[in-house]
Write a protein that binds this ligand. Structure first.
Ligand code: BTN
Length: 326
């Protein structure tokens, strides 16, 4: 996309009519040049209405993630200021790790329209069909002790809950400990954070986020457990707007994390957990634990009391959890 296209989109992006005269004045090119660029954008899938005496109006943008469009709606200083979009990748986490090793800065985002080897937690795979979801990874280099790294996933899940609630207050997303986002008891987002650390310091982390956005249905093995925003709201969702919201919220929480406001973050996170007080079964390797969730520790661990009154703490990395029906 060249500079004239970008300026045009910037002038039209709030959806109001802007006259050809004003556009040509602002950009400093002739009205014929403007007209040619409008036609070019239309060929790329932008829907632009033109009306005599009124000018041009942007009606719809194509359903593709275009970094320049994302930048237009960012309120951040450094999160999302460098966005790399790929039509297909194995896994955005893998590509983000490669870029992090090449010194790409905090806030770099790697997005793929499709992942052919999308990774989930505990070695599972993540279903990432083309164009329907948001599959992306964020590079961060937080100056916090490695034992606080789980907070990266915690702030990511808080960010998602906030951005989804802003998208539509009816969604009422909840967090299934440690980091699944549920709507109507079905999974709509997953988070996979990966850490590169040594000698008590974090070199970088990659926070991978998968959001089911515009899927109409899921493969049979997932359909009972998964949902998409489109299914929940019965309407197509603009992925660019959603991504902007996520990046904007993330920067606020990331700042809090850098300032060491762990307690405050944890308190807010607990407010969205759907697990406190519930009876659960925890699977950790070959061991099984049953009990009631009594708290979340200051490190974000799940604390349960088993039937004999013994208290156990679990961090998310190596356990799966099943909530029992009461
Ligand atoms: C889970 O719930 O198991 C975590 C799923 C994380 C999926 C995302 S999609 C973008 C990023 N790239 C990956 O390979 N995985 C994460």
């Amino acid at each position: 996309m060249n500079e004239i296209d970008l300026k045009l989109l910037e002038l039209l992006h709030n959806g109001d009519f802007v006259s050809g005269e004003k556009i040509s004045e602002e950009i400093g090119v002739s009205r014929t040049t403007i007209w040619k660029h409008i036609n070019k954008l239309k060929q790329q899938g932008y829907q632009i209405e033109s009306a005599t005496n009124k000018g041009y109006r942007l009606v719809k943008i194509p359903d593709r993630i275009v970094p320049e469009e994302v930048y237009l709606g960012l309120k951040t200083d450094y999160i999302g200021r460098e966005i790399k979009v790929f039509s297909s990748l194995g896994s955005t986490n893998e590509r983000a790790k490669e870029l992090a090793r090449k010194d790409f800065p905090t806030g770099t985002v790697v997005i793929a329209e499709e992942q052919t080897a999308g990774k989930g937690r505990l070695g599972r795979s993540w279903f990432s069909p083309p164009g329907t979801g948001l599959w992306f990874s964020l590079i961060v280099r937080p100056d916090i002790p490695p034992n606080k790294a789980p907070f990266l996933t915690i702030i990511a899940s808080l960010t998602l809950v906030k951005a989804l609630s802003e998208l539509n207050p009816e969604l009422k997303p909840l967090i299934k400990w440690p980091n699944d986002i549920l709507i109507d008891d079905r999974k709509v987002c997953g988070i996979l954070s990966e850490l590169n650390a040594d000698l008590g310091m974090i070199n970088f982390a990659v926070i991978g986020i998968g959001i089911n956005v515009n899927q109409d249905y899921f493969p049979e093995e997932l359909s009972a457990k998964a949902t998409s925003l489109k299914i929940a709201l019965n309407t197509r969702i603009d992925r660019t707007g959603l991504l902007q919201g996520i990046l904007n919220f993330f920067e606020g929480y990331y700042q809090k994390l850098l300032e060491g406001r762990f307690k405050e973050i944890l308190k807010e996170w607990k407010g969205y957990l759907n697990i406190l007080g519930e009876s659960v079964t925890i699977y950790s390797g070959s061991e099984t634990y049953q009990g009631r969730v009594i708290d979340i520790s200051s490190l974000g661990e799940l604390v349960i009391k088993d039937n004999s009154g013994k208290v156990w703490s679990f961090w998310a990395g190596d356990v799966t959890l099943r909530k029992e029906e009461n």
